[in-house]
Design a protein around this ligand. Structure first.
Ligand SMILES: [Zn+2]
Ligand SMILES: [Zn+2]
Length: 362
């Protein structure tokens, strides 16, 4: 399996894990509507989005008369009986949280024929609710309401009031709908963006630095080569010279034999070439085309340059700092102000060469 495939699989696993994790955090609120008589021929209608559907509840509407269990308000016993009037078929069981699992309470009410089960939270918990898990008691509407709301209904029912309850599906809530999650996601996005920008700046600075270093090295080598060329011996061939006597002597660059009057350069290895042929070659390669002898080393020009560089002070630098961080990289602002370009031209040790150079500059 390729590395790319492995990485894709890992990403897929993470995403599916995240999706499952998010799904388990998702919950639906329940809209609870209460209708009852106030005892003076008037009707009270109360409405709030104060319930939460259980994890395993049916996500549908339910309606019925609120009914309390006989005896234990928590309705934990499997044989719990409810104070209901057989003439009112649809009814909703109202039980208190605690003493047993949610599944046990819900199943006990379901066995008695309840259409839905409302569990109210423990004493002292105010209006808070939890997302109930009741894996063994599915196929029924089960919601949780706060302790205060639950106790209010219990008081009404205990006083003999017939309370009608209507439960309806409210709105979904999940991690991505939560304000804290939005904050978290915004901050995470900001961090990732900042890190990407910092990385980009770092890479660009690095590239710029390498490019400048490469250009400087190239310029230095060219200037060394010019200096070395200036020190090489230059001869004008005469008819009596050995090189012009036979066709066996040829310039290895242009493959032409030497004639009287040709100007030739003698390298440190004693190989000779036409001056016009060998100079561009040496500027680029700095070695003899025939024996690869390095003219910079042979003439000691590279050693001279090293000595002069170490005697100089370090270059001026710019420090790039990414907001709030440590100095990241040092980049030379520009090349050190060098001497006049003309003076960078090589100084020739032999007169014949000096003339050529002057002609080149004109
Ligand atoms: Zn030649
Ligand atoms: Zn050579």
């Amino acid at each position: 399996m390729g590395k790319k495939t492995q990485r894709s699989l890992l990403l897929l696993l993470c995403l599916s894990g995240l999706a499952r994790c998010s799904a388990s955090f998702l919950f639906w609120t329940a809209v609870v509507e209460l209708t009852y008589s106030d005892g003076k021929n008037g009707t009270v209608d109360k409405y709030c989005q104060c319930g939460v559907y259980g994890r395993n509840s049916l996500l549908v509407k339910a309606e019925g008369v609120v009914t309390l269990p006989k005896g234990d308000p928590m309705g934990c016993s499997s044989g719990t009986v409810y104070n209901r009037n057989s003439s009112n078929p649809p009814w909703i069981a109202l039980v208190k949280r605690g003493n047993c699992t949610f599944s046990e309470k819900i199943n006990a009410a379901k066995r008695q024929g309840a259409d839905a089960v409302v569990v109210y939270n423990m004493d002292g918990s105010g209006n808070s609710t939890t997302h109930m898990g009741h894996w063994d008691a599915a196929d029924i509407v089960a919601i949780m309401v706060g302790n205060s709301q639950g106790l209010e209904i219990v008081r009404l029912v205990s006083n003999g009031t017939e309370v009608m309850m209507q439960i309806d599906v409210g709105s979904p809530h999940g991690p991505w709908m939560d304000t804290y999650w939005l904050y978290f996601l915004s901050i995470a996005f900001f961090i990732v963006t900042a890190a990407s920008i910092a990385y980009f700046v770092f890479i660009s600075a690095n590239r710029l630095y390498s490019l400048n270093a490469h250009r400087r090295a190239d310029r230095r080598l060219k200037s060394e080569a010019k200096r070395a060329i200036g020190r090489l011996q230059v001869r004008k061939l005469k008819a009596s010279d050995e090189e012009t006597a036979s066709d066996s002597h040829v310039c290895a660059v242009c493959i032409e034999s030497y004639k009287a009057g040709d100007v030739v350069t003698v390298l440190t290895c004693d190989h000779i070439f036409h001056k016009a042929c060998i100079e561009p070659w040496l500027l680029e390669r700095r070695t003899c085309p025939m024996c690869k002898c390095d003219i910079l080393k042979a003439l000691g020009v590279d050693e001279e340059t090293k000595g002069s560089l170490s005697a100089e002070s370090p270059p001026e630098v710019t420090v790039i700092t990414v907001a709030g961080g440590e100095p990241m990289y040092e980049v030379p602002l520009a090349d050190r102000p060098g001497p006049d370009p003309d003076s960078l031209q090589h100084h020739y040790d032999n007169r014949a060469f000096e003339e050529d150079s002057a002609a080149g500059r004109r």
